[in-house]
Ligand binder design. Structure first.
Ligand code: NAP
Length: 243
């Protein structure tokens, strides 16, 4: 079946996407809404969250810095409000930071710790906070990984280490909750035309890489697959452009 003929209907599904102010997240939210899902967008502050909600047609918005330990509880409260206690079908842990590029022998430990806090600890906190809602719907969690979560590449520093940790969290979540119906996935989006890619490559022109809308459409197909045939892929480490 080709991508074009595949029916992707997420009607009745509730999905949270973090980091919807720009980049990949700003494309993911409207793509999911377009497939019929109800979406709760997240952004760093109230104004950005309201704007992301308005632009994407999302159902609700949650604001907060990833570093805020109370963000998960607010997200869970919004999930329970919007779903009337029914739970959550999908959590897309998209928001993240690149941090400083540079060799290991020039590491700034304060910055290293900060990237790990945002890209690992904060992701785990959001997962744990919403896990009961995900379990009650046999939902999918997408841990946003990267090619550099799977192999070495010079100068990627804390970012590379944090994405390796994300791959580990996916495996751990699958090992602990897969049998209870959670579909946990580590997903690399490929090289997508965003500010983060510009910073990583050190160039302004990234037009030869994947448009956010193309990656977002592939994520919609992957979420649909996870919610309909989750057992086939649960626990896997995937490249979204394969979908
Ligand atoms: N683009 C690529 O080629 C690529 C490749 C591999 C993996 N990825 C992964 O894909 C995901 C999205 O990346 P992207 O390229 O879209 O990045 P981006 O353009 O830099 O956008 C990052 C998003 O995360 C949010 N964010 C960052 N720090 C935050 C914080 N402390 N609190 C709340 N929100 C925060 C940003 O919000 P603000 O606007 O408020 O800063 C923004 O919405 C990331 O996990 C990234 O590692 C991307």
């Amino acid at each position: 079946m080709t991508h074009e003929t595949q029916r992707v209907d997420l009607t009745g599904r509730l999905i949270v996407v973090t980091g919807c102010s720009r980049g990949l997240g700003a494309a993911l939210a409207p793509a999911l809404v377009g497939a019929g899902a109800r979406v709760i967008v997240h952004a760093r502050d109230e104004a950005a969250a309201a704007e992301a909600m308005q632009k994407s047609g999302a159902h609700a918005a949650v604001a907060g810095d990833l570093a805020d330990p109370a963000l998960g509880a607010r997200m869970m409260a919004e999930v329970m409000r919007v779903s009337a206690g029914q739970g959550l079908d999908g959590l897309i842990l998209n928001a993240g930071v690149l941090g400083e590029m540079g060799p290991l022998d020039q590491v700034d430990f304060a910055r290293f710790r900060e990237v790990m806090e945002l890209n690992v600890d904060a992701q785990l906190r959001l997962f744990v906070a919403t896990l009961p809602a995900l379990l009650s719907r046999r939902g999918v969690v997408i841990w946003m990984s990267s090619g550099v979560g799977r192999f070495g590449a010079p100068n990627y520093g804390a970012y590379l280490v944090s994405k390796h940790a994300i791959e580990g969290l996916n495996r751990l979540a699958h090992a602990e909750y897969g049998a209870r119906g959670l579909v946990s996935l580590a997903v690399a989006p490929g090289m997508v035309q965003t500010d983060m890619l510009r910073a990583a490559l050190g160039v302004d022109d990234v037009n030869m890489h994947t448009r956010p809308e193309i990656a977002a459409a592939a994520f919609v197909r992957l979420v649909h697959k996870a919610l309909t045939h989750g057992a086939e892929i649960a626990g896997a480490s995937l490249d979204v452009l394969d979908f």
